[in-house]
Design a protein around this ligand. Structure first.
Ligand SMILES: [Zn+2]
Ligand SMILES: [Zn+2]
Length: 670
């Protein structure tokens, strides 16, 4: 049973984090493979020990070398030849259900030489768990490999992962001859992805000449994986609203894994609507809605509100009057509006789940974000964007399609996935933008990348900078115009400081954001999800923490969002829609306070929590002072005598008892 999701950062969704990415990604590349490879991600980060290397100690050299070696491999013309399709089996299945599918491969004009291998692969990312295998017909994922070609023997190669090979012997496989993979042929079948995913592909790759190097073949073997039964209702109201203004309440039934677009018919009924709020009494969902709706809300009086709704009929097993609560909404006159953004997430075009369109649909209609960016990897996943201009073009087209000035801001972006200097996101505020690869010699270091972006409507930000898969090399000092903000928290945890709640794994002392501020760099703080499960804005449903950014932009346009980010008018949370308002000496958060400003400074802080607030920390140039909040959900504080010396910074961190955390951007004193 699902309880009050909006208030609780850790609902009953104990599924894994994305640490598995590193473990499988190299195997997933279009690369040279050996049977039973060593899992690459299970080892701790390898700090560079190569004396002759110019690389920073934070570099993950092994991964970088593997990618470079792979890129340099020469593919034989017969590699990747032929095509595959879905011969038999269901084309639409529910998440985690078990089935049998037959994928047929037909050899291309150059055939497959003796010793060549045809590989069958399910997505190694996000949710396909039953690895294809030929050793036990009683175990999940059992696969039968057959051929119609006389004189051909197929030897199966088990990799113990999502990859299975069929090695050709006896003679070469000729054009038009077929090899079939019956996946899930054993007694327990094979289980589909646990995430909603249209266009989920069964991949086939071919080493046509038998030299151990393979390439993806064309595959039309795709199925749609649809959500499971609904397990709760997600209710999102705007965090801020002007009195008299009309806002939007987003309503979405989700399954137990946070997937949307479920099968449900009935009414959503608002209960105990507070005085001062106007919403329709009920909303009737029809089959085409797939459990997703939106209604208007209007505040007629100032105040802090939440909305509750029940389902009619209730979900099976839930009490009739069970209600689902929303995040809080502050109604005031001339409110500074908080727009919610997730500037980082992945789709099936790199190492995530789902299509780019479904990514934006989820961001806008389910997670009720105002701003979202799909940032697939430049060179990571199954196919690589830096080698597939058609995919990069498609991402741009989808971002353009979803951009609705005044309502929803989608942006073109990607993850510059450097295993030497750390991962950075490149975001364009224009319709077109180039993909500068972290593996291209002319854009392989941050200075080279920034030189290309200089003067453009674009920005970058560092991600999981204190540790995680790779920490950021801060010896490259960002240009504040191009990199005004930095990510504090995502599914990988928090890079803020060593004392941060939900601290990032494999953190490196001295590399936290607070350490970087101590070295004089200035950033605004954002959270970004790094969702790979197709749930932008709600990455925290599937991990101990997620990340979203509150952007204090004038309106929902690309220009306003860029302006607010450059002015650092942003704050970060680990997923909870906490309201933070802060000003220091009359300056808004993120501001630089001039030397001439009158001292001491007065700080005003307003917090509206999504749950009881445990404490508020004031961090002034490395020193932390804590205010115990005894579980209050709202806080309004004036602090009169704040002394900031030239070069100091001050920011506020709010910790809730349920694990929700928010960080203001720092104020910087000149
Ligand atoms: Zn990353
Ligand atoms: Zn990422």
């Amino acid at each position: 049973m699902l309880t009050n999701w909006n208030r609780n950062l850790r609902p009953l969704l104990g599924f894994g984090t994305c640490l598995a990415i590193a473990a499988v990604a190299v195997l997933a590349c279009d690369s040279k493979v050996e049977p039973e490879p060593e899992p690459t991600g299970s080892k701790p980060v390898e700090l560079s020990t190569d004396e002759h290397s110019d690389y920073p100690p934070t570099a993950v050299l092994r991964t970088m070398r593997e990618l470079k070696e792979d890129q340099a491999l020469e593919r034989h013309p017969s590699d990747g030849g032929g095509r595959a399709w879905l011969e038999d089996g269901p084309r639409e299945v529910e998440i985690s259900s078990r089935h049998t599918w037959t994928i047929t491969y037909e050899a291309g004009p150059l055939g497959v030489a003796e010793g060549g291998v045809i590989y069958f692969m399910t997505s190694p990312f996000w949710g396909w768990e039953d690895h294809p295998q030929t050793f036990s017909s009683d175990a999940p994922g059992y696969t039968e490999i057959t051929t119609n070609a006389e004189g051909i023997e197929l030897e199966s190669l088990n990799f113990g992962k999502s990859l299975l090979g069929a090695k050709v012997s006896g003679r070469a496989l000729k054009e038009g001859e077929l090899v079939k993979f019956k996946y899930g042929a054993g007694s327990v079948g094979a289980r589909a992805d646990k995430y909603f995913e249209r266009n989920a592909k069964f991949w086939v790759s071919v080493d046509g000449d038998g030299d151990g190097i393979r390439k993806m073949a064309a595959s039309d073997a795709v199925i749609d994986v649809v959500s499971g039964p609904p397990s709760g209702l997600w209710v999102t109201v705007p965090t801020t609203i002007d009195v008299g203004e009309v806002g939007r309440v987003a309503l979405a039934l989700l399954d137990a894994r946070g997937n949307a677009w479920v099968d449900w018919l009935g009414d959503i009924v608002f209960v105990d609507v507070p005085e001062g709020l106007e919403v329709p009494e009920r909303v009737t969902l029809s089959p085409g809605d797939r459990g997703v709706a939106s209604v208007e809300v209007k505040a007629t009086e100032s105040g802090t509100y939440t909305l509750s709704a029940r389902l009619d009929p209730p979900l099976p097993g839930a009490p009739r009057d069970f209600t689902y609560g929303s995040n809080p909404m502050l109604a005031s006159k001339n409110a500074i509006s908080v727009l919610w953004a997730d500037l980082h997430g992945h789709s099936q075009l790199s190492d995530g789940t789902g299509t780019p369109r479904d990514f934006y649909r989820y961001a806008r209609d389910v997670a009720a974000l105002d701003i979202a960016v799909l940032t697939d990897h430049d060179h990571w996943g199954i196919e690589f964007l830096d080698q597939r201009p058609d995919l990069w073009k498609h991402i741009g087209e989808v971002a353009a399609e979803f951009y609705e000035p005044g309502r929803f801001v989608s942006l073109l972006g990607y993850e510059w996935t450097s295993w030497i200097y750390g991962h950075r996101h490149v975001i364009y505020f224009t319709e077109n933008g180039e993909l500068y690869s972290s593996l291209a010699p002319e854009t392989e270091d941050p200075d080279q990348l920034w030189a290309k972006l200089k003067g453009k409507s674009a920005l970058t930000f560092a991600h999981h900078s204190a540790g995680g898969p790779i920490a950021t090399d801060w010896s490259f000092r960002p240009d504040p115009e191009i990199e005004p903000v930095t990510e504090i928290v995502s599914v990988h945890g928090s890079s803020e400081a060593n004392d941060s709640p939900q601290k990032i794994y494999r953190s490196i002392r001295g590399n936290f954001v607070r350490d970087i501020l101590d070295r004089g760099m200035r950033f605004g703080f954002i959270g970004s999800g790094d969702s790979h499960d197709g749930h932008p804005g709600l990455a925290h449903l599937g991990a101990p923490s997620g990340g979203i950014a509150a952007i204090l932009a004038e309106d929902r346009t690309r220009e306003s969002v860029l302006e607010a980010l450059r002015a650092r008018r942003v704050y970060a949370t680990n997923g909870a829609r906490i309201l933070l308002q802060a000003s220091l000496g009359g300056y808004r958060m993120g501001a630089t306070i001039p030397e001439t400003a009158e001292r001491p400074l007065k700080l005003s802080l307003r917090v509206v929590g999504t749950g009881p607030i445990e404490a508020v920390d004031f961090i002034r140039s490395g020193l932390v002072e804590t205010l115990d909040c005894e579980g209050r959900t709202e806080l309004f504080l004036p602090l009169d005598d704040i002394e900031l010396d030239s070069g100091d910074y001050l920011y506020v961190r709010v910790r809730q008892t349920d694990g929700g955390v928010a960080w203001t951007s720092p104020f910087y004193a000149d």
